[in-house]
Design a protein around this ligand. Structure first.
Ligand code: C2E
Ligand code: CA
Ligand code: CA
Length: 751
């Protein structure tokens, strides 16, 4: 080769390399290669052509700047094979293919027309193969004449094939890089978007717990400014306990390969917050620190959730009004103490205290005043006890103190309990003040000494409760120790409860009826009065068992019996035509029943069974029931009225109802209590009371019935005062249904 030819060749190689390195579009690079090759060949009959194929072996692109126009397009899409001209065959067979005479070579058989059209006579083609032995394309020299390549030309063919390979590979790898970069950008953008909408904080830490990166979350939750913790360790930044926790968890993640989750509290700009953290290992390594492992820590603010959990727990174990432990918490702690006492054969004590006169204040002044008093009582009592003792509020005005200290003997514990009880009583020496007023209260206390003989926590409470009642009975504001004789009362009550349950099941409860008459002596109705017909003890009066029935939640069933009896009586009387349309049956309603949510529905269900309207029935509620929750009571009464029931106030004058409110209740009648009827003839003041009640009823426009009328004299006096009705032994005692029928028949035959 001539020296300037060699120089040309080297220059050309240099130029092509430059273009490849600076990386223009592939097509431009290939055109440049072709042009340079032709310069080096220095023969106008030689034309350079580069083809590129895709993965399915189809020609797609390339360069052939001096071949006749149209040739390059004509070969696009040709699929390489064993007989596809010089280039197709070279690529297919991965070998150099030299065709000196296209017109006679079998490789060109199928493309002979194409070659003739473009006046191509010889073609030497080399496949371009990458390092993985994958064919990328072909590099070829076409000749306008029949010709064989010289040695030099073959050498050039091989060199430029390599250069073309470089150019094509470079193109592909830069294509791959830009694809990777765009993928990377995409996942970065996704991550950015995620972390900007997620409220969680995310940190990347290395295995030394050094903060490397931070994403997401509000800076309100960051313990330190970003610039102050990045590239520093948790030890440098966080309080010791939290830092230790994080370090332990990171260590665990890296050694056990399992994710870790834990909670911690931090004082951040948003306040004292509880965070839930999760740590997981990042499965990558930094190229400059291939041994350093990394984790991601996600921290979520769960303060609200924690607070809600605490509030729920508080509701379950604390009294919301005074914030003292409630009954449930007391029982829990009592059980713990009982266990200990049994194990250690020791003694402790429980004090049960009930405020004196509180109910009266609460009833007459309303709940908010009562609540304020209870809160203040709790505040006053708390400092008396050791913090290990439990002061609980277990109901309305009932508090319990459980002494935590255990002693070796009952005497020692009793002494300690007496001291505590005295302190409690002293605490009430000064009045309890509210915003509105001051109240002189007292406390009745019952003390139960707890020994290993006690079976259940409930027994301890019952004993202390019984002792407390004794304190009340003996004049209030004192303390009494539980005495075994009190146990007898408790046992009797329990027995009575069981008897009542049995009596209910065997139908021993029934209603007696006592007639009510008007001033002319005509019967206007009856009052249903409960009787327990006991197989051995005979007829048991209601007041001896009703309190127990109320206490044990049996009142509903009993009153349903009475109301059903009342309905049955009315039905029979109506059938026998013994009564007129104005006739009513009065039924007594206990306070507990009146407040029960199912009360009205129960009554309606029974009425439906007998197919009777409500307006033949008069519900007697006691006056003391009117002072509780006035709004609720009015609402309940209005609902009863809307169904047609009549309402009467029993024992009027004995409660504490505020006369100011009386007009607000939708009542039809009031009953003068027997105690006033009794006193009516005794003194002037007795008369004055009766007169006042009657004129009050008159002003309210409601009826008035006097009960407990035993003598003709009383009857005559009342007659003069225009009461609407009279009830009492003077006319008739309460009677069983058959006796009432007899009585009514006699009455009607008399008139
Ligand atoms: P109360 O509603 O004031 O009933 C009137 C009580 O006085 C009845 O006593 C009745 O027998 C009695 N009595 C009627 N007239 C005279 C009289 O002239 N002289 C005397 N000394 N007593 C008379 P009872 O039946 O023993 O009922 C006592 C209380 O038991 C009732 O007082 C009422 O508060 C309650 N009670 C009765 N039955 C029921 C009931 O079904 N449900 C509820 N919750 N309480 C009832
Ligand atoms: Ca009554
Ligand atoms: Ca009464």
């Amino acid at each position: 080769m001539q020296s300037d030819n060699i120089k040309n060749l080297l220059d050309a190689q240099q130029d092509v390399l430059k273009i490849i390195v600076t990386g223009g579009p592939l097509n431009d690079v290939l055109v440049r290669i072709c042009e340079m090759v032709e310069v080096v060949f220095h023969d106008p009959k030689a034309h350079c052509s580069i083809n590129i194929i895709n993965d399915s072996g189809k020609i797609c692109g390339g360069a052939a700047p001096t071949l006749p126009e149209g040739y390059l397009e004509a070969v696009q899409g040709i699929v390489i094979g064993p007989k596809t001209g010089s280039c197709g065959t070279a690529m297919h067979e991965k070998r150099l293919v030299i065709v000196e005479n296209i017109y006679q070579d079998p490789l060109w058989e199928d493309f002979i027309e194409l070659a003739k059209n473009f006046n191509l006579k010889a073609c030497w083609s080399n496949p371009i193969i990458d390092y993985k032995n994958k064919v990328l394309g072909s590099f070829a020299i076409y000749y306008d004449d029949f010709s064989a390549p010289s040695e030099l030309q073959l050498d050039m063919l091989s060199r430029f094939t390599d250069l073309s390979k470089l150019a094509i590979e470079r193109h592909y790898s830069s294509q791959e890089i830009s694809w990777l970069i765009s993928k990377l950008n995409q996942s970065n953008e996704q991550l950015k978007a995620f972390t900007s909408v997620l409220p969680d904080l995310a940190f990347i830490l290395d295995e030394d717990c050094r903060y490397l990166e931070h994403y997401g979350g509000s800076s309100e939750f960051l313990y330190a400014q970003k610039s102050l913790f990045l590239n520093r360790t948790v030890d440098d930044v966080l309080p010791k306990d939290v830092a230790t926790l994080i370090k332990k968890s990171v260590h665990k993640v890296l050694h056990t390969k399992s994710d870790q989750q834990f909670e911690y509290q931090l004082n951040v700009p948003a306040g004292l917050c509880t965070f839930e953290a999760r740590i997981t290992e990042l499965k990558y390594y930094e190229s400059d620190q291939p041994k350093m492992r990394h984790v991601v820590l996600i921290a979520r603010d769960i303060t609200d959730k924690k607070n809600a959990e605490q509030a729920i727990e508080k509701l379950a174990f604390y009294d919301p009004l005074t914030e003292l432990p409630n009954r449930r918490m007391l029982i829990d702690r009592l059980n713990v103490v009982l266990d200990r006492i049994k194990r250690q054969k020791k003694f402790s004590a429980l004090l049960y205290l009930d405020l004196d006169y509180f109910k009266r204040i609460n009833d007459s002044l309303g709940h908010s005043e009562g609540d304020e008093i209870l809160i203040n009582v709790a505040k006053r009592l708390q400092p008396i006890f050791r913090s290990s003792d439990t002061l609980a509020r277990i109901g309305g005005d009932e508090f319990v103190v459980l002494l935590e200290n255990t002693e070796d003997s009952a005497e020692l514990v009793s002494e300690e309990a007496s001291i505590v009880a005295k302190k409690i009583l002293e605490a009430f020496q000064h009045p309890i003040a509210t915003e509105k007023s001051e109240y002189q209260l007292g406390a009745s206390i019952g003390i139960s000494v707890i020994s290993d003989q006690v079976e259940a926590s409930d027994d301890v409470l019952k004993q202390a409760d019984a002792a407390m009642y004794l304190s009340k009975k003996q004049g209030r504001h004192q303390f009494t120790f539980f005495d075994p004789f009190l146990q007898k009362i408790i046992d009797e009550q329990l027995e009575l409860e069981n008897d009542i349950i049995f009596a209910l099941a065997s139908g021993q409860f029934t209603a007696f009826f006592q007639p009510q008459v008007d001033m002319t002596g005509a019967v206007i109705g009856v009052e249903a009065l409960l009787r327990w017909i006991h197989p051995e003890r005979g007829i048991i009066p209601p007041l001896s068992f009703l309190p127990v029935a109320e206490q044990y939640g049996l009142i509903t069933q009993i009153e349903q019996c009475v109301f059903a009896d009342a309905c049955r009586l009315y039905q029979e009387l109506a059938e026998k035509q013994l009564i007129d349309d104005q006739f009513t049956v009065a039924v007594n309603i206990s306070a507990i029943e009146f407040r029960s949510p199912k009360f009205i529905q129960n009554l309606l269900d029974i009425l439906e069974q007998f197919n009777l309207p409500a307006n033949h029935f008069k519900l007697e509620v006691t006056e003391s029931m009117l002072v509780h929750d006035i709004d609720d009571t009015i609402r309940q009464m209005q609902e009863l009225k809307s169904h047609g029931f009549r309402l009467s106030i029993d024992d009027f004058g004995t409660g504490y109802s505020s006369l100011n409110y009386l007009h607000a209740f939708p009542i039809d009648e009031m009953k003068i209590d027997k105690s006033f009827t009794d006193k009516m003839l005794e003194s002037k003041s007795g008369q004055a009371v009766i007169n006042a009640i009657i004129s009050l009823a008159f002003n309210l426009g409601i009826k008035v019935i006097a009960e407990g009328v035993e003598t003709d004299e009383q009857y005559q006096q009342l007659k003069k005062r225009y009461v609407s009705g009279i009830q009492g032994y003077f006319f008739a005692k309460p009677m069983a249904t058959p006796d009432l029928f007899k009585w009514l028949t006699e009455q009607s035959s008399r008139s």
